[in-house]
Design a protein around this ligand. Structure first.
Ligand SMILES: CC(C)(COP(=O)(O)OP(=O)(O)OC[C@H]1O[C@@H](n2cnc3c(N)ncnc32)[C@H](O)[C@@H]1OP(=O)(O)O)[C@@H](O)C(=O)NCCC(=O)NCCS
Length: 179
């Protein structure tokens, strides 16, 4: 019971956390782009879901952040299916590989399910996200809007059949173009 991940609290971020969230993203990614992406998404009420911007806190220090925002899947008929994208997520380098990222993902998926979302799409490490149940999005004929190896573009159904009859190309909010 003395693992650091046992002392971690996952909670919704508040405005007081914004500077620390910026710093965590900058230090984890080694650049400002993702930190600025989080700020831009927060300022777009059409895609930002406050309940799905979560921080990991150990005592009062924020050491991780995860964001899920609204995205769309456009099918071959041009129909729009609303969905959710996981991006970005970051854990302060000194706190990585201690299970904090995993806690953020699991709590985020649970909350997203509770909010009624059916699925989550992620572009990420092929060996990391499958442990949470993500599978290549190609399984549902869901494609990225850019060229990526198919095993890094993944999806998870939050409810049984959450992606049934949903296929097409993901459309990310314009804010992602700056990353
Ligand atoms: C990805 C990240 C959020 C994971 O957070 P974390 O708290 O270290 O995650 P956990 O402790 O739950 O899991 C660690 C596992 O992730 C794996 N992992 C981390 N980065 C990885 C990478 N670039 N490629 C493959 N696996 C990776 C570790 O190898 C480890 O695997 P193990 O459990 O088999 O040892 C963190 O490493 C990070 O901030 N990375 C930099 C930013 C980033 O790449 N974000 C994700 C893309 S949006």
């Amino acid at each position: 019971m003395n693992r650091i991940s046992d002392k971690i609290e996952i909670r919704q971020e508040t405005a007081d956390d914004f500077p620390e969230v910026f710093t965590i993203n900058r230090s984890a990614f080694g650049q400002d782009n993702e930190a600025k992406l989080v700020e831009a998404l927060r300022n777009n009420p059409k895609v930002f879901v406050p309940e799905l911007s979560l921080v990991a806190a150990v005592r009062n220090k924020i050491v991780g952040h995860i964001l899920f925002s609204r995205i769309q899947i456009i099918d071959s008929m041009g129909s729009i299916h609303e969905s959710l994208g996981l991006a970005p997520m970051a854990v302060t380098p000194e706190y990585q590989k201690k299970g904090i990222g995993g806690k953020l993902v699991r709590k985020g998926l649970e909350r997203a399910r509770g909010l009624g979302f059916n699925a989550v799409i992620v572009l990420g490490h092929e060996h990391y996200y499958p442990r949470f149940g993500f599978k290549p999005a190609a399984k549902w004929n869901i494609k990225a809007p850019f060229d990526v190896p198919s095993n890094v573009f993944m999806a998870i159904e939050l409810v049984k059949g959450g992606l049934k009859n949903i296929s097409g190309t993901v459309r990310y909010p314009n804010e992602f173009e700056t990353v």
